[in-house]
Design a protein around this ligand. Structure first.
Ligand code: GRF
Length: 301
């Protein structure tokens, strides 16, 4: 697919047979215009290069439509915090249940985050996070293309979609695939991930889910907790942005520990995304990102 076409415009069509020329997103099937995409039954339809609309204008309509119909306060470029900081557009990447995604979405709705989720990206179309997004009328994009998920899109098309939706930040929330270099280069210092241990301990390829908590318990570590870090080309090695300490109890099972860490993940991720959207992240000369306190602008963590 030619990215030029993606950037020039989208229009919806019913389920198509030729995934080579089109990419897929989870949207209602009965719609023929962007303004009627949401709030109806869902089935696979595609976005397709279309000369009839400006993609930029259309993507705005899609986002507004999705948020309005799901009860979210619609975003607007002119809406700011009173200091000229506009609301940010967020893409969330999920492979599983999506409890972090839900808590981020809820925080956007209640106004704790100065931004809106405009798309959910997943490598598993049937995962809980994707179901939640569909239920809320949020666009779902399948990435990457694999044997199991042949409707998935390529890295270049993913970048085009995110650009088309004017995404400011990419938030990984339990997304179990390596992020392609095309996306990392397109979004410098704008992709963050949450990991359920105090990195650099218990990170890296294969360290995900319950494996992390089992390894923490087996190590005898007395403290663990979530880490939020910027994303580079490798697993869990990007610059650390925030951490929160959680105690490991002597008789913890991995499940009990995971639940305790997850509660803290939900709080920490929302706080950090709020800081990102309010432009309170600063970069030290040595390349370490730090967060300016909202309450006390002279204080950083
Ligand atoms: C979380 O533990 C997160 O740290 C890790 O994957 C898990 C996702 O959980 N990256 P959920 O899908 O948000 O419930």
């Amino acid at each position: 697919m030619e990215v030029q076409h993606l950037l020039s415009g989208f229009c919806s069509t019913p389920m198509v047979q030729n995934p080579k020329t089109q990419f897929f997103a989870r949207l209602p099937s009965s719609s023929s215009t962007a303004s009627t995409y949401f709030g109806q039954s869902h089935k696979w339809v595609s976005f397709k290069a279309c000369p009839c609309n400006s993609q930029r204008a259309l993507s705005r309509i899609e986002c507004r439509s999705s948020t309005e119909r799901s009860g979210v306060i619609a975003s607007s470029d002119s809406e700011d915090l009173g200091n000229g900081i506009r609301r940010k557009k967020l893409a969330v990447f999920v492979s599983g249940g999506g409890s972090n995604f839900r808590s981020i979405h809820e925080a956007c709705i209640r106004g704790s985050i100065h931004g809106d989720i405009v798309v959910l990206v997943t490598n598993k179309q049937g995962c809980g996070g994707a179901d939640y997004a569909r239920d809320k009328g949020l666009p779902v994009v399948l990435f990457p293309k694999t044997k199991k998920e042949p409707d998935g899109i390529s890295p270049i098309d993913l970048v085009a979609v995110l650009r088309g939706l004017e995404v400011d930040f990419v938030l990984l929330a339990g997304y179990l695939q390596l992020i392609p270099v095309e996306l990392i280069q397109a979004y410098p210092r704008s992709i963050v991930n949450i990991h359920p241990s105090l990195l650099p301990a218990f990170g890296g390829k294969g360290n995900y889910g319950m494996r992390v908590h089992k390894a923490v318990i087996a190590s005898g570590a007395r403290y663990t907790g979530p880490t939020i870090h910027f994303v580079d080309e490798h697993y869990d090695t990007g610059r650390i942005l925030a951490q929160r300490v959680v105690p490991v109890h002597a008789n913890d099972t991995a499940e009990e520990l995971a639940a305790r860490v997850l509660r803290e993940e939900h709080r920490l991720y929302v706080e950090v995304i709020a800081a990102l959207c309010e432009e309170r992240i600063f970069w030290r000369e040595d390349g370490v990102p730090i967060i300016r306190s909202k309450e006390n602008p002279n204080e950083y963590s």
